[in-house]
Design a protein around this ligand. Structure first.
Ligand code: AMP
Length: 146
């Protein structure tokens, strides 16, 4: 009934991801759409820029390994094949838009919560994804566990 053909789900791999994943999977099951999952690894150099003259490559590699293993624990039980898992490096909003276009997604699903400030109903990533998306965006309200 939803009419969506390919859903792209953005996950930050936190415990809260579960609520967002469950909603995307329910949509997939109801519509028969394909489901792809993306996790974007932000380079440490984005956070530290040139301020710290350090080689982050070893840590970055470890982060990548951990993320790959988290993606597998998330996707394996949901029968999401390797071909539908994307682990990319960059800024989440930018990469989510980029991959959504590459795979021809017609719906992007992300989580949103209010912990970034009273004036914001959405978290910063959800907000960024919504602005500039060329397809529908579903922001799933995430309840903080705390
Ligand atoms: P935030 O605004 O950072 O609290 O994140 C809200 C939602 O954006 C998360 O629930 C995910 O759906 C998505 N998201 C955040 N960070 C990432 C990431 N690194 N890779 C993919 N999706 C993300």
């Amino acid at each position: 009934m939803s009419g969506y053909r390919h859903i792209l789900l953005g996950v930050d791999l936190s415990a809260e991801s579960r609520q967002v994943v469950d909603r995307a999977v329910a949509l997939r099951n109801a519509s028969g759409a394909e489901l792809s999952v993306i996790h974007v690894i932000e380079p440490l150099s984005f956070a530290y820029g040139g301020d710290i003259p350090m080689d982050f490559s070893g840590i970055q590699e470890e982060i990548h390994k951990q993320a790959k293993s988290h993606m597998a624990s998330l996707c394996d039980p949901l029968n999401i094949p390797e071909s539908h898992r994307r682990l990319v490096v960059g800024r989440p909003e930018t990469e989510i838009h980029h991959i959504a276009e590459e795979i021809g997604a017609d719906l992007i699903v992300v989580g949103s919560h209010g912990r970034h400030g009273l004036s914001l109903l959405m978290g910063s990533t959800a907000n960024g994804v919504l602005h500039g998306a060329r397809c529908d965006v579903l922001a799933v309200r995430v309840q903080d566990d705390s």
